[in-house]
Design a protein. Structure first.
Length: 339
């Protein structure tokens, strides 16, 4: 026999004061019982008096015993008793992953350090493509966002289609102003559907800058649905100028362009509060680290054979506790009717 939570047995410590209270109560009610019997029976009916006294004592003992059984069964049931063996089918959870790609203007900043020296978005797409190509039997999808989020590629095992989409992606693929990572996360979460239990994760490729919406609010929503968020931080803390989309002269654009910085602390907090990981997108092995993290949750869905498992037996103790409680009520009613 084994128990899921044996710590619950500490509840039996309460039995000692309960037993003491029951003994004290027994002696305190003895004079009242004798007075009641004397008032009920005539002085000459000694045999009836003795039988009545014996009957009351038996019923009182029975009620006390049944209450003890009731509490004992509840404690054992809460401890989660198990014994006996049964065959249980094993099921290995699959992994559903959605790439959430930030396409805002700040992602065009070219502050990725050597040897790449490219834009944040180009580095993000490179990591995403490398991860998708080596993903194997993992369902992948993609959401893109700027001022709003859009689910661009639903979850699919066709990694070739996803890679083709990533290869043709640019910051001009979606219109909009500003950055709203909240709607991007919501769009990515919309790819997950109820069905077979899978490990669900959103991979956010972003510099962490947002002008509207709340990334933390979105992370709380997806966390309640069992979805993790991992973040790939693009750019540097030193930042760089955001390139203009209008045809300004190069000198004027460099003088007036606002600076954009990577918000690593924001991305790390979001990943930590949802159970995901944060990966520095500037690392050469960023794609390898991301792939290892995804694979740590399992690669395939399906049955994987059988194993022996101890059977749960707590239901029997709950039934015994309910029966004991019912008998207490029956004895109490009979005592009142007898009086």
């Amino acid at each position: 026999m084994s128990f899921d939570t044996p710590q619950v047995f500490i509840g039996f410590v309460l039995y000692l004061p309960l037993i003491i209270l029951e003994i004290v109560h027994h002696y305190r009610r003895k004079p009242f019982l004798e007075a009641f019997i004397s008032a009920t029976c005539s002085s000459g009916d000694q045999i009836h008096r003795q039988g009545l006294h014996r009957d009351f004592r038996r019923r009182a003992l029975g009620v006390s015993l049944l209450w003890g059984i009731f509490f004992a069964c509840l404690i054992i049931a809460l401890a989660g008793p198990r014994w006996g063996k049964r065959m249980v089918m094993e099921y290995r959870r699959g992994v559903d992953v959605v790439f959430a790609l930030d396409l805002s203007r700040s992602m065009d900043v070219q502050d990725i350090p050597p040897p790449e020296e490219t834009s944040r978005l180009s580095r993000a797409l490179s990591i995403a493509r490398e991860t998708a190509e080596a993903a194997g039997e993992i369902r992948l999808g993609a959401a893109i966002g700027k001022g709003r989020g859009v689910l661009a590629v639903p979850l699919t095992y066709d990694t070739g289609a996803l890679v083709s989409f990533l290869e043709g992606l640019s910051s001009s693929a979606i219109t909009g102003q500003g950055t709203n990572l909240e709607t991007l996360i919501d769009a990515a979460a919309g790819a997950f559907q109820d069905g077979l239990p899978t490990s669900r994760e959103i991979i956010l490729f972003s510099d962490g800058e947002t002008l509207s919406g709340s990334l933390f609010t979105a992370s709380d929503r997806v966390l309640n649905k069992g979805v993790r968020i991992s973040a790939i931080g693009l750019g540097t803390e030193q930042g760089g100028p955001v390139p203009y989309t209008l045809p300004f002269a190069q000198e004027q654009a460099q003088e007036e362009a606002p600076l954009s910085y990577r918000r690593s602390d924001t991305l790390q907090r979001v990943a930590e509060r949802t159970g995901g990981v944060y990966i520095d997108g500037n690392r050469e092995d960023a794609a390898t680290l991301l792939l290892d993290h995804i694979r740590s949750y399992g690669l395939e869905s399906g049955t994987q054979g059988y194993h022996l498992e101890a059977q749960e037996r707590w239901r029997g103790f709950v039934i015994a506790a309910l029966i004991s409680l019912g008998l207490v009520k029956v004895l109490s009613v009979r005592r009142r009717n007898h009086r």
